[in-house]
Write a protein that binds this ligand. Structure first.
Ligand code: ADP
Ligand code: MG
Length: 462
């Protein structure tokens, strides 16, 4: 099959899937080639490939066959960032055919020329530009920036730790990109602790320990991701420790990440624990609402710059930022799914669509709504202080949120009028009854108020 054939097949697909789908999913596929019945495309993200495969795979295959091209299977390759100079170590599966290539991997010329060797490239999306900074990650970000400036090594190692999906890998890749941009002559090696272990075992097996040592001791900057992985794996730990020491002694920068602080990693030798704490240890805290919202907004901008057509109703991002947990990966996944749904059904992204299409993700973060949450979220939403909400103050800007809180408490909890009154500033049950009526009235009259309350309700509930 030639690229031209694909061009024609594509056109028939346009009629079958509709223009909207065509533009979003089919057109961006980069024709790579067709060999031995495998039709290969380049895609921007794994998600894109999965989606196309699941939803349009059969059609693509059928149309290709109709066109006289034998296609048994589709294959999607995520387009690797082709920035020169950064040494990337391939995962083992891709490496099998290149058993004796340890030293080659480290040489920049091979890096450039030999794309197939480099199965684990740095993710081109993981840059400082795309990293949203907030309170929970500002220290980790600042430290990463500092290291990425190059220059004399001030803290060694830099040890980043935090829970899953909080941006450790993102920051490490960002450092690598930045260093490479500033100082292309530097040899920067990024790999996971798991890959380090496989490399090590492979070197042992192939009797290439000299090459292995030489490779790892000749880098300028070494980054090892998820180092908790080597806990309990004694000979790997040992080799890691020697590599680490050799580099630090030479004044080479080492950057390590883990899901816990060094002291908390069970099965890690004490000498390694203490050595890892010599430099700067910073943690990424769980995300807060502001950071989640910032990340969502940024992702939407990026998406818009690629696909233009995207309408998101007010309040949807706020809703997601409130309802989805700490893990940024889950947050991103939710947004991607939402985009996909919206583009498939050709609908605007509304709160309804979001609750429908994300019900499983939302359910996971589901729990009983408490009075406390209602009061807190209502205060946040209307920007009033809790102490004011609970006070006897009767000015409209405080009384209205207070009534909303009472209304929501009645709607979302099993509490009685007297109980609600008691919790919200020790008020009489008749005040609560009045508040509930008042809000019902207002909702009927004023669509803005109705929307606000609906949004608040969804934030609090499912
Ligand atoms: P970790 O390595 O800590 O498990 P990752 O670095 O893989 O987490 O981050 C998970 C996902 O969330 C990635 O897609 C990453 O780009 C994104 N992400 C995490 N933190 C941020 C942030 N502060 N700004 C933008 N994207 C982020
Ligand atoms: Mg990671």
């Amino acid at each position: 099959m030639t690229e031209e054939d694909w061009g024609q097949i594509r056109e028939t697909l346009r009629d079958m899937v509709g223009n909207n789908n065509y533009v979003t999913w089919i057109e961006p596929l980069k024709f790579v080639g067709c060999q031995n019945g495998v039709l290969e495309f380049g895609v921007k993200t794994t998600f894109m490939g999965d989606w196309v495969s699941r939803n349009f795979g059969d059609k693509i295959q059928a149309q290709s066959v109709k066109h006289g091209c034998q296609v048994d299977r589709l294959s999607f390759a995520v387009e690797a960032a082709a920035r020169p100079g950064v040494t990337r170590i391939a995962p083992v599966a891709h490496q099998a055919a290149h058993a004796s290539s340890l030293t080659k991997v480290a040489s920049k010329t091979t890096t450039k020329a030999n794309g197939d060797l480099l199965g684990a490239p740095l993710d081109r999306r993981f840059t400082f530009d795309s990293f949203v900074v907030g309170k929970p990650n500002e220290l980790a970000h600042a430290a990463s920036r500092r290291v990425a400036e190059g220059g004399p090594v001030t803290f060694n190692p830099l040890f980043l730790y935090g829970g899953v999906g909080l941006g450790k890998t993102h920051l490490m890749h960002a450092i690598a990109w930045e260093l490479q941009e500033r100082s292309p002559e530097l040899r920067v090696v990024y790999l996971s602790a798991e890959q380090f272990m496989y490399r090590f075992i492979q070197a042992l097996r192939d009797k290439q320990m000299m090459d292995f040592k030489e490779l790892f001791r000749s880098v300028d900057v070494l980054m090892v991701d998820d180092v908790q992985f080597i806990a309990g794996k004694d000979s790997t730990q040992d080799e890691f420790f020697h590599t680490f020491n050799a580099l630090v002694d030479q004044g080479k920068q080492v950057i390590i990440s883990a899901d816990r602080s060094p002291g908390e990693i069970d099965g890690l030798e004490d000498r390694i624990k203490s050595r890892l704490q010599w430099g700067l240890v910073v943690d990424l805290h769980p995300t807060d609402y502001e950071l989640r919202l910032g990340i969502l907004q940024q992702k939407v901008e990026v998406y818009k710059s690629q696909f233009q057509e995207l309408h998101i109703a007010d309040g949807v991002l706020e809703f997601l930022a409130h309802r989805i947990s700490n893990n940024v990966r889950v947050l991103e996944g939710a947004l991607t799914r939402l985009f996909a749904f919206a583009s498939l059904v050709g609908r605007e992204i509304t709160l309804d669509l979001a609750s429908e299409s994300l019900s499983d993700i939302l359910r996971q973060s589901d729990r009983k709504v408490t009075m406390d949450e209602i009061m807190r979220k209502t205060c946040d939403f209307y920007n009033v202080r809790m102490s004011d909400l609970l006070s006897p103050k009767r000015s409209r800007n405080i009384a209205r949120p207070r009534q909303v809180a009472m209304y929501l408490a009645k709607q979302l909890t099993q509490r009685s009028y007297p109980e609600i009154g008691k919790r919200i500033g020790g008020r009489d049950h008749t005040t609560v009854i009045h508040a509930v009526r008042k809000i019902e009235e207002l909702k009927a009259q004023d669509s803005q108020i109705a929307e606000d309350i609906e949004l608040l309700r969804r934030m609090l509930e499912a």
